[in-house]
Ligand binder design. Structure first.
Ligand code: DAH
Length: 357
């Protein structure tokens, strides 16, 4: 008995992995293990012999079992310790720089504009980029014989051969969203409508696709004074200056009466724009009081309601604020340009934190 104990306790101590330990366990306690066979012999012993050998064998069995499980634990611990040694890492190291994309200036500026107008209770509406010619022109008081149609350099979609309805167009401005908004939500209403628009034009300040933001406010007694205040608030917040001067120049748009183009006082110092001071004027948008025919086209009674509208080039105000000299670069997808002019995804525009990086 003592020999058996010594033999297995030593073998257990010598086992240096779990497989070797299992082999030792089976050799002692498996079906044909040495200790198991001994236990089977108990049946052939005399009762007196059995009384001595039985408990002793049981004790031996238990001793081996607990030695095996203690060794098993020790082996697991040492495996873990090995891993901990080799997998050691310094959590205080600065993280590795990962290449990440940037927010395109047009997206950033669109968010800035939305955030500023949201502060004045304007919500956001969107419309399709492929428009019927009714929404893009007629409903905005631009009938087919109107010169504004020819001036817009419109992209026309084609119709199938025997279809003689007027062709759809790639919308030339965001103004059709005014009509869709009036149809959908009636009056009173306060929205801005940002989005892509298209015209067949290409040079340093024109691309065939560009972006506008439309504004529309309709209520019982809105006037040009409200328009002026809203635009002043917008320009101050957007250019991050405390004071601006706006100049309303009489103009003509078919969808507004009266109409005004709006300039802001500015100066150019070595190509750098300063808003709010100086002797130059910079045109930034078209605006006016919504024409009664346009209200009617949107199913709103012009005898009860009136309002103002404006349309502004998003790309243009992005160029002005962030010093981008050539509009075409916005749409070249040149990675070097995007890294330079792009914004961090964490740089969320909001009014309290400042709008830009
Ligand atoms: N739709 C005009 C354009 O693309 C801009 C515009 C002018 C929009 C006056 C308006 C407005 O809402 O009132 O040139």
């Amino acid at each position: 008995m003592e020999n058996l104990r010594n033999k297995y306790i030593e073998a257990i101590a010598a086992a240096n992995d779990e497989a070797a330990l299992e082999t030792v366990r089976l050799a002692a306690l498996g079906k044909k293990g040495e200790v198991s066979l001994k236990m089977r012999e108990l049946g052939q012993m005399s009762p007196e012999e059995r009384q001595v050998a039985g408990p002793a064998l049981n004790e031996l069995k238990n001793e081996i079992l607990s030695a095996v499980s203690a060794k098993k634990e020790a082996l697991e611990d040492s495996i873990l310790n090995e891993r901990l040694k080799s997998e050691w890492l310094d959590v205080t190291l600065p993280s590795r720089e990962r290449p990440s994309g940037t927010i395109h200036p047009i997206s950033q500026v669109t968010e800035e504009v939305i955030s500023i107008f949201a502060g004045m209770d304007f919500s956001v509406a969107e419309g399709p980029r492929i428009e019927t010619d009714w929404y893009n022109f007629d409903a905005l008081n631009i009938p087919s014989y109107h010169p504004a149609r020819a001036e817009m350099d419109t992209f026309y979609m084609s119709r199938s051969e025997n279809d003689d309805r007027a062709p759809n167009v790639l919308r030339t401005h965001t103004s059709p969203v005014q009509i869709r908004t009036m149809e959908n939500s009636g009056a009173p209403v306060r929205v801005i409508c940002p989005g892509g628009v298209y015209r067949a034009d290409y040079d340093q300040t024109h691309t065939p696709m560009f972006h506008q933001v439309e504004g529309l406010a309709i209520d019982k007694s809105l006037s040009m004074a409200n328009l002026k205040w809203v635009l002043e608030e917008f320009v101050k917040a957007y250019f991050e200056v405390s004071d601006v001067e706006l100049r309303f120049r009489a103009s003509h748009f078919p969808f507004t009466e009266p109409s005004a183009e709006v300039d802001i006082r500015c100066s150019w110092d070595k190509g750098q724009l300063k808003v709010g001071e100086g002797d130059d004027w910079l045109e930034i948008l078209g605006s006016g009081m919504v024409h009664p025919k346009v209200l009617q086209a949107g199913n709103i009674d012009p005898n009860l309601w009136q309002g103002f509208a404006f349309g502004m080039g998003i790309d243009r105000i992005a160029m002005l604020k962030y010093g981008v000299p050539d509009l075409r670069a916005f749409f070249d997808s040149d990675l070097r340009w995007l890294r330079h002019y792009g914004f961090s995804a964490l740089d969320q525009p909001n009014l309290h934190a400042g709008l830009s990086k």
